[in-house]
Design a protein around this ligand. Sequence first.
Ligand code: FMN
Length: 464
Amino acid sequence: MRRGFRQIMDLLEDTGDLVRIKREVDPKFEMSAIMKKLEAENKAFIFENIKNADMPAVGGLFTSMSRIGLIFNENSSEEFTLDDAGQKVIAAIENPTPTTEVDTGPIKDIVLTGDQVDLRKLPVPTFFELDTGPFITAAVGIFRKPEGHLNVGFYRVLIVDRNHVLINASGLSDLRKSYDWYRENDKKMSIAMVLGAPPWLLMAAASKSPDDVSELEVAGSIAGSSLQMVRCEHSDLLVPADAEMVIETVVDLHEMVSNTMGEFGAQYGTELAPLSEVTAITKRQDAMFYTLMAGRAKEHNNLGYLTIYGLAKSIEDKIKESIPFVKQVTIHFDTRIGPLMHVVISIAKESDDQPEQVIREAFNTNIGFFDLSWMAKRVIIVDEDVDTTNMDDVEWATWTRIGRAEKIHLFPDFVTWEIDRSALPDKTSVRVGIDATKDMDYVDDLVKPIIPGIDDIDLKDYLD
Ligand SMILES: Cc1cc2nc3c(=O)[nH]c(=O)nc-3n(C[C@H](O)[C@H](O)[C@H](O)COP(=O)(O)O)c2cc1C
């Protein structure tokens, strides 16, 4: 079973997990304030009456992993974890399903071009006090990579005026590389921004596929059937035939414009992005505008975990392979404590020098495009009796096993991912290594109290 965008909304409405807001709301701050409060209640929503807008806005569909599970499961009480989602994507990358081009579909119900295009009629929220303006947060962008195939990713889009937008590309994205390539080769670049894409395409778009695999084919494989695609009005790009809306753009790679938005690590980020002209909007007759809460928000971050998932797994394997006495490695990516990774490594320790050695090797692990230090703020080394997946256990080890100040290592010179907004003008920002292992002289003193045999006890055997 696979549920599409509208089927998930219908299900959530049936179970009382989706609310309709009929009162008129202002897209500037009022909408985001309501979205933030609904997020706390885990409610999906439809805004039916948005000031100056000509369509409803929906969102809050994927505020938990079990909600993402609704794509595949009967109901949201069935367990669905990040590993379930991540492994589906990894399996799909290994076995992609080619797309099928069809003549038309619901996405072509209405075709607006030229003066008919007016982005100001869309219900696009301005989320935060210092945001440059309204941001489209739930669109996936489709463009042709220099290698020829169609690439898909989530990119946030600032509405500049009636028919211009800025499409933001992070330093981690293939979009950034493609912007550079099209500019250097003086080629025309088109991007189609798709709203209300099928959920399997959202999963694929959030993830990072290898260079030779299109996320459209990954999405088909997650769905279990080939994606039906239609051609854009003004380019050779293909877009899902059954999405809610497509905004077709042409990018002016020589006109770079600054814009500021509340980021997923709860900081503002200012970026330069090329100005894009909107040449067409195509949509369903009864199109709904999909919007994700911006900033540090559950729905954004649940999808965002998929961006890091495959990468995190390969880093974990790499560290385990390259350092023989490493036992367990976990990459924690938790936006409650910022946008960067925290890496926990357990070792079978034989000398007090080993933890620092592992900290240095971990930060210097090459992850394809950069060293791990680019994305990781902190590396913590623990003993084998600490569960690296359990941050409570790791915190306990940190604050019970460090006596010597030398066990905390500071690295001031690492160049950082731009998402670390505390970076200095030379793009460096401090990294921290923590040796939370027991010193060899104290191995018998700092023992964790355990109850022998507790894992063999089943309470059912003792209760009537
Ligand atoms: C909700 C959401 C919003 C995102 N916004 C952006 C963005 O504005 N710019 C960007 O480069 N990546 C953004 N990302 C991350 C990319 O979508 C992700 O890294 C994706 O793999 C990029 O695809 P690409 O490497 O093929 O360009 C966002 C991810 C999510 C889940």
